[in-house]
Ligand binder design. Structure first.
Ligand SMILES: Cc1ncc(COP(=O)(O)O)c(C=O)c1O
Length: 483
């Protein structure tokens, strides 16, 4: 079967998408012409995305489109990207640093951030955010921890943050920005999961309005836009527009897809014409869903139903567009809930970990979709019993570390494959992560510690599949051989 036929067959299965992309294949809301009819290249009259990005203000078609996005999101200038936030994060880091610079990186960042470190030969200081003990996820990056790191390492040239996280945790960006600016350091925010922030009062405000200097959003994650389409917002004079446009021209394709850019622009049309109405309906559906979750007796939905943000002192704000269901304290694992939702209720979730399942929502979700998830969760909950308290992984928090080698130094060394138990005490030469979310447990250049190794080995036994860059994990892991 060819790919298109496979996708068409899948569409017939009536499996409801609680995953990205944010358009949810809702073809009533999202319409675009046949892609072949609008797939252009840089021809006369239709402009060149890279030229428009290099010379804003010339009033070309594409420059006008990006200026409209900038007005809607409230940035100084916005660059459309066709390589996802992966390319946006790499471009931003490259544009804001010079070779060998020191940068502050929260250790719950997406793998593209560590790849940027390797590409730009940067020296990371890794900072560990606070932990939410009830659910077992990384919570806020605390401004006071950023302050401590910047005081101890005054040569830090860029602070990176991720907010919202993959799980929906939003940090106090305004306060973190103040701390950074007091040290004369720009703040970059990975807001890949937050293009909908700031578009409705139901959600926390966007980092673009909170003093961040450069912000990257995956439009395709939570808005009705085709996959891979992202936007990079320059928000202050601390970021050099010319450097950003130069790095985009290096990292991204020299033939950016007109179809993807048209899909982003179509979404801006929708937001201008129907944004308040669509967000109103979406907010009401999320609110009603949360109310319905009050009936749960065993499962917990983070910051929904009886669970409120007051029970999570380390979570500054929560993005209600995410639905994080915890099975902790029940007789069901995250993987079991995930498979039950798919096999019996035809609900495809975004991901699961040992004791949680994540659903992602957007303005393109339907009432029928919300009803199906509500009914499924209430029915499953009624069949559950109390279980053993879930295993608690000891995540490091409120500390910072300089790893023995930076990622590019690790790549420069020869490597060897060893069994995971023998890797403890050695320096990683590859990533090990679950995808999604793509936050690595080990990063090249880091010391492999026993606690993390034990944690990930236990994950395998809870049906959680981990991936390593060299694809030999869990049998083998690549470590550096020191010269
Ligand atoms: C926090 C975070 N940042 C960046 C990315 C990369 O985004 P994209 O898939 O648009 O390249 C992801 C992907 O899941 C992510 O979770």
């Amino acid at each position: 079967m060819n790919l298109i036929d496979a996708y068409r067959e899948y569409n017939k299965l009536d499996i409801y998408p609680y995953h990205m992309p944010g358009h949810k294949r809702n073809t009533e809301l999202c319409q675009l012409d046949n892609p072949y009819a609008i797939d252009y290249t840089e021809i006369d009259g239709l402009d060149d995305l890279r030229e428009a990005q290099a010379h804003p203000g010339r009033g070309t078609l594409l420059d006008d489109a990006m200026r409209r996005a900038s007005r809607i999101f409230g940035s100084k200038y916005s660059f459309y990207l066709v390589g996802g936030s992966t390319s946006g994060l790499i471009c931003s880091i490259l544009a804001c640093t010079r070779r060998w610079d020191r940068v502050l990186i929260p250790r719950n960042c997406h793998k593209s951030v560590y790849n940027a470190l390797a590409l730009a030969s940067l020296r990371p200081v890794y900072i560990y955010p606070s932990v939410d003990e009830q659910i077992g996820i990384y919570a806020n990056l605390r401004p006071e921890d950023v302050e401590r790191a910047l005081t101890e390492y005054p040569d830090i040239k860029l602070v990176v943050t991720v907010s919202p996280t993959f799980y929906g945790v939003v940090s106090d960006i305004a306060e973190i920005a103040e701390v950074c600016h007091a040290h004369n350091v720009p703040l970059m925010v990975d807001e890949a999961h937050g293009p909908h922030l700031g578009l409705s009062p139901y959600f926390p405000d966007s980092a673009v309005h909170q003093g961040a200097d450069i912000v990257v959003q995956s439009l395709h994650k939570t808005l009705p836009v085709l996959t891979q389409t992202s936007v990079l917002h320059v928000c202050s004079d601390r970021v050099d527009h010319e450097a950003v446009s130069r790095t985009i021209a290096i990292i991204e394709s020299s033939s950016p897809s007109f179809v993807l850019v048209a899909s982003a622009d179509q979404c801006m049309d929708l937001l201008e014409k129907r944004g308040p109405e669509l967000f109103d309906i979406y907010d009401q559906r999320l609110h009603q869903f949360s109310e319905d979750m009050r009936a749960l007796k065993h499962l917990t939905v983070l910051c929904n139903g009886k669970d409120t943000i007051n029970q999570h002192p380390n979570i500054y704000r929560y993005d209600h567009g995410k639905i994080l269901i915890s099975t902790r304290g029940t007789n069901m694992t995250g993987a079991q809930l995930y498979h039950l939702l798919l096999d019996k209720y035809r609900l495809q979730m975004e991901m699961c970990l040992a004791d949680m399942v994540l659903a992602m929502t957007s303005i393109a979700d339907t009432q029928e979709g919300f009803d199906r998830l509500r009914d499924a969760l209430l029915e499953i909950d009624a069949s559950l019993e109390d279980g053993k308290p879930g295993e608690r992984f000891m995540l490091k928090q409120h500390t910072f570390e300089v790893s023995p080698l930076s990622p590019d130094e690790a790549y420069a060394l020869p490597g060897e494959f060893v069994k995971p138990e023998q890797a403890v005490g050695r320096i990683a030469r590859e990533f090990v992560y679950a995808y999604p979310p793509g936050v690595p447990y080990f990063v090249p250049g880091e010391l492999i510690d026993k606690n993390t190794m034990d944690t990930i080995m236990r994950m395998e036994s809870s049906d959680i599949r981990l991936i390593s860059t060299r694809h030999k994990y869990p049998e083998l892991i690549e470590v550096c051989i020191k010269r």
